[in-house]
Write a protein that binds this ligand. Structure first.
Ligand code: FE2
Length: 191
């Protein structure tokens, strides 16, 4: 007998749309959608026939693009990716998501999340530093979300591939974002 939770991809998309419809607060939106993402990650065989694990690198599949709702502007995007054991480069360098927020859910495997924040080391208030602010392993069923401007990097730390479902508050290709170099502590706009 097939195990089922009763939840579906379509129900998640409707739940996400309702969240955007009732609040324009980034925190409320990200928190609520992270809660729905936890339910979505429990659905068995969710990505069967949709996502193939690549030999190397990262495979990305679009699950839903919404032209009505989003944050900071319409255009939220639900996608999934498969990060193979070797050659996966998506999101491994420190970056932010501009004025958008992003919810990351691990469907299978494990990814390492690392966060940084700008800080001034007393008493010098003229030199901002990128201080590491946290690091953890995100396992199947676990959700992490990053508020506007938050800096992070993620990488596959599983022995095999990892599958991640991600909701971008606004599809990131349309959002001005920064990429960070930890050596030089520089911030440059993602081209
Ligand atoms: Fe990211």
């Amino acid at each position: 007998m097939t195990q089922t939770t009763g939840y579906t991809l379509e129900a998640f998309i409707e739940d996400a749309r309702k969240v955007f419809a009732v609040s324009d607060d980034a925190k409320v939106q990200a928190q609520a959608i992270a809660g729905h993402m936890e339910k979505l990650l429990q659905v068995p065989n969710l990505l069967d026939g949709k996502l193939e694990i690549p030999e190397t690198g990262t495979a990305v599949v679009s699950l839903h693009y919404d032209d009505q709702y989003g944050h900071p502007a319409p255009g939220f995007w639900l996608m999934c990716n498969a990060q193979s054991k070797t050659g996966a480069t998506v999101g491994v360098h420190p970056h932010d998501h501009g004025a958008a927020w992003v919810v990351y859910g691990v469907y299978s495997g494990a990814i390492q999340q690392t966060t940084w924040r700008w800080a001034f080391h007393e008493p010098d208030r003229m030199v901002p530093h990128l201080d590491e602010a946290g690091q953890w392993i995100q396992k199947p069923g676990e959700v992490a979300f990053f508020m506007p401007g938050a800096i992070h990097a993620q990488k596959n730390v599983n022995d095999g591939p990892s599958v991640v479902i991600r909701l971008e508050g606004q599809k990131l290709t349309g959002v001005v974002r920064h990429s960070y170099d930890l050596e030089t502590e520089s911030a440059t706009v993602v081209a």
